[in-house]
Ligand binder design. Structure first.
Ligand code: TXA
Ligand code: MG
Length: 336
């Protein structure tokens, strides 16, 4: 298949909308990461997403809308707390899971009774949904298991020959995927941390539960609330080891070989004797989130065998960074 690279202009977005209307796949920028979109009301079109990126058939898609009014026909009912979160944090990097309506095909939800919905704030994403005239189902636009794409070039690398088009938009602002909240339980459950933080959610709706799988490997006997949590994620080819503690630089200087790489805080750079990429200041979770996936991909391009990664602080957006790094590392972590 020939993959068109469409400009991020009104005309480009309109062509992309036509492709989606006609059952094709388009990669497009959002404020979190690039998504790979299909018409969410067309089960057959959505099925193509799974084969294009090698996605497991039991890993459901997020449905993207452009107006809050579109929510009601996609879900059976909107719980009060979901309404509060939607009004406060949409448009933005927050996904809400609710009971699905009959309008949502099983190919989107993999047969689950619930559907994940998000109203993105990115102007291109919103314009694309409007131009397609339908809600858009979209996972992150990476080949399954790879770090999520945060630039148009990442999409070109992963998807050329597999999808009809890629919109050549800017780099993504957040850099990590949306926060996912399961709203059908009481208290609601955080399934995936993101730019909308636990602190912000609790301020709006009170105490929530944080799913164990956010920071721990899944036991084989455990019931999975979100199928995506089962799969290896975000992994570069390099081995990633998280190193926690103030002795990070000494540890890396002692153990890293010349082919290795340190993913460090800005404060560490001076003390390191090996190649390094700084993903932000120690206290700047937002910068770390913005850089993490791009740097995991860059580590591979630099031929790193092992990446020694500084353990981020788990408050605020840092929880999202830690969650992605733990998965990239297959939960391999050294505490000094
Ligand atoms: O920021 C984002 O959320 C990006 C952009 C493109 O919007 N999308 C994204 O999609 O990250 P994806 O497919 O990479 O991650 C969606 C996660 C998966 O782990 C999936 O299992 C989970 O959401 N999910 C989707 N529907 C679900 C449902 N009904 N119940 C539980 N988990 C669900
Ligand atoms: Mg993904």
């Amino acid at each position: 298949m020939q993959t068109k690279i469409l400009p991020n202009t009104d005309d480009g977005i309109q062509s992309a909308g036509e492709i989606i209307k006609n059952g094709g796949l388009v990669a497009f920028p959002t404020e979190t990461v690039y998504g790979l979109g299909a018409n969410a009301l067309d089960g057959k079109a959505c099925l193509k997403i799974y084969s294009a990126i090698g996605r497991a058939a039991d890993n459901p898609l997020i449905v993207h809308i452009s107006e809050i009014d579109e929510l009601d026909r996609l879900v059976e009912c909107v719980p009060n707390k979901a309404r509060v979160l939607a009004e406060k944090y949409w448009p933005g990097p927050l996904t809400l899971i609710m009971k699905k309506s009959d309008l949502v095909p099983n190919e989107v939800t993999c047969g689950m009774p619930t559907v994940a919905i998000r109203l993105p704030s990115h102007p291109t994403a919103k314009a694309l949904i409007k131009s397609a005239g339908v809600p858009i189902a979209a996972p992150s636009a990476n080949l399954s298991g790879s770090p999520s794409p945060v630039t148009a070039q990442h999409c070109v690398n992963d998807l050329t020959g597999r999808v009809e088009a890629i919109i050549n938009g800017d780099d993504c602002e957040c850099g990590v995927e949306s926060t996912i909240m399961l709203m059908t339980t009481e208290p609601p459950v955080l399934l995936r941390p993101g730019f909308v933080t636990v602190e912000q959610i609790e301020e709006a709706i009170g105490k929530i539960k944080i799913d164990d799988a956010v920071l721990n490997p899944l036991g084989s006997d455990r019931k999975v609330l979100s199928p995506g949590l089962k799969y290896k994620h975000y992994s570069p080819k390099a081995r990633v080891i998280i190193v926690e503690g103030d002795g990070f630089c000494d540890y890396v200087n002692k153990h890293a070989e010349s082919s290795d790489l340190a993913l460090c805080f800005e404060e560490d750079e001076q003390s390191l004797e090996v190649r390094s990429l700084c993903f932000g200041k120690a206290t700047d979770g937002e910068a770390q989130a913005h850089n993490i996936f791009g740097y995991l991909r860059l580590a591979d391009e630099m031929g790193a065998k092992t990446v020694f990664a500084r353990c981020p602080d788990s408050s605020g957006v840092g929880l999202a960074v830690l969650n992605r790094l733990l998965r990239a590392a297959g939960f391999e972590k050294i505490t000094l």
